[in-house]
Design a protein around this ligand. Sequence first.
Ligand code: AFP
Length: 324
Amino acid sequence: MSRTALPEFLSNAAVPTELQSVILGLADVSVTISQALAKGALAGVLGAAGAENVQGEDQKKLDVIANDLIKDALAALPAVRGLASEEEPDVLACHTDGQYLVTFDPLDGSSNIDINSMVGTIFSVLPHTGSAAVTEQDFLQPGRQQAAAGYILYGPSVMLVLSTGNGVAMFTLDQDQNRYLLTEADINIPVEAKEFSINMSNQRHWVAGMQHYISDLLLGKEGPRGKDFNMRWVAAMVADVHRILCRGGLFTYPWDSRKPEQAGKLRLMYEANPMGFLVEQAGGEVWTPEGKILDIQPEHIHQRVPVILGAASEVKICVDYHQR
Ligand code: AFP
């Protein structure tokens, strides 16, 4: 069976050449990252790097390796004006006439690395509309302005999931030829949910709205929702969102009282916005308890946000519980 390769897909979709170069650059470097992940202990890449990132989180060796690989690959592309990464304290300026800014989480779910479970790379591409010298301010655009967003899921197969604002497509890495081939187009999240995804161990720390919502899901057929729900939690947002794009459901990482000063755990500019772009493009909804995530005006590059995303009707129900 002949399948469409990623470069051909991008040309057929009339994606601007410069944006194509950014997406293809990310696709190429993800092959190298997937090879490092596959070698694992044999290449001595597992375990802690012995340093903390700007968020105060312990870095894994592979966090650092993936960050350096993506940074070098993107900085070499003339279309890239600037970069921002979860692993970098500040934004980095690249080419002075580049058209795009890229934010990325080089290895999402990195606590899964040492247990040989799923991890991913998340990216968001924004148009550069600011001054000649790139500053953090240039990146602070609402998620709705993204030119493209996506992720690479390093699982049993390696998949690249992408939107350039015209639906969501999934590509699988052909590891014999190191190229991504289209395996699913026009992804649609079912409107009704049968599964939810939340770290239940934090239940006692959530606000009342989230406590009531989840309690009612757990009551199943006997409760007010009148049906049973299944639960899944991979602890890598990429893998949990991938499941939602494939078979529906709701994913949430809410605000909780363990760190009341933090709006949530997930980062707006390289987790919630790119995933939000994909989910909306697949017909789903992406909210905080107060409003749509893609409409948030960011205040800083490492900003955090509570996230409720997935099946449109279920996200609305969850938000309603908060607003009652
Ligand atoms: P790490 O990259 O530090 O493992 O964090 C992953 C993540 O940001 C997101 O991908 C998960 O959904 C979430 O955190 C898992 O958080 P818990 O460990 O609190 O369940």
